[in-house]
Ligand binder design. Structure first.
Ligand code: CAA
Length: 246
């Protein structure tokens, strides 16, 4: 049975990824932010009640040592990690002139530094075993920029730079590294937006609605497959047509 570790696994998109992968035969570990232990346990229990088994590990992805402890614990629970989904992310929206250092740093640390901290723990094992899938969850706003999100857009664009570089370093070793860039998806993150701003953006989406977390999970499952071995360094947009690029 292949194993998958999903950071931000109990979040809006992460949760759908965990469920989909568990239902499709993966041994799943969801990594949650250590301050949210009770919520993560409740989430795990509710999945169990629906017949979906997922392990959970706590940690702080902004901290290298904590990320190491988290991955070690995940490996103890399910074995070496075959698929890593870097899904932990936050927003601290503000126009740039009003953005305070904490808003900048928290977003860069959580959304970008985390990817170094966590991926670095699994890469050697994947290289030794000659198989790995690294899937980085970025955003349409890393591709097109977004008013009020200089921090988030920079982190998410940086994420895809990381993807392309690591994809080249690992391409001959059975490892693929890809980015998935969701648009506006129905999750607590978008529910926290000012409703008039969200309505205006969704009104401009060609498909005419928000995306569902399951629509992201579907692509993650496909990328994780052994059959997707020739897809690497790609940035897969799932945004209802909000941003189209050649
Ligand atoms: N384009 C141009 N001008 C805009 C604008 C836009 N999109 N939105 C606001 N403005 C203008 C206003 O009309 C106003 O102009 P005046 O000063 O001339 O009146 C000015 O900008 C307001 O600037 P402020 O700095 O005062 O902005 P604010 O404090 O009112 O709010 C904000 C700014 C907090 C960023 C708010 O616009 C906001 O929350 N926007 C949402 C940003 C967003 O899309 N976040 C996505 C979250 S979900 C996510 O990130 C998931 C994902 O991956 C997609």
């Amino acid at each position: 049975m292949k194993t998958v570790l999903v950071t931000g696994g109990n979040g809006g998109i992460g949760s759908a990824i965990c469920r989909d992968m568990a239902e499709n035969g993966y041994s799943v570990v969801a990594a949650y932010y250590s301050d949210e232990k009770e919520q993560a346990r409740a989430w795990q229990r509710s999945l169990q009640e629906q017949g979906v088994d997922v392990e959970i590990v706590g940690g702080d992805v902004t901290d290298y040592e904590s990320a190491k402890g988290m991955v070690d614990e995940a490996v103890m629970k399910v074995g070496p990690i075959d698929v890593l989904v870097n899904c932990a992310g936050i927003t601290r929206d503000a126009t740039f002139r009003k953005m305070v250092p904490d808003q900048w740093n928290e977003v860069i640390n959580t959304n970008l530094d985390s990817v170094y901290n966590v991926t670095h723990q699994v890469i050697n094992g994947m290289l030794e075993r000659g198989f790995g899938r690294i899937i980085n969850i970025a955003s349409v706003n890393g591709q097109k920029g977004q008013f009020g999100q200089t921090n988030y857009s920079a982190a998410k664009a940086g994420l895809h730079g990381f993807t392309m570089a690591l994809a080249q370093e690992t391409a001959r070793k059975g490892i693929t590294v890809n980015t998935v860039s969701p648009g506006y998806i129905s999750t607590p993150m978008t529910q926290a937006m000012p409703v008039e701003v969200l309505d205006a953006i969704v009104g401009s989406v060609p498909v005419g609605r928000m995306g569902e977390p399951e629509e992201i999970a579907h692509t993650v499952l496909w990328l994780a497959s052994e059959k997707s071995a020739y897809v690497t360094g790609a940035n897969i947009p799932i945004n209802g047509g909000l941003f189209m690029a050649a």
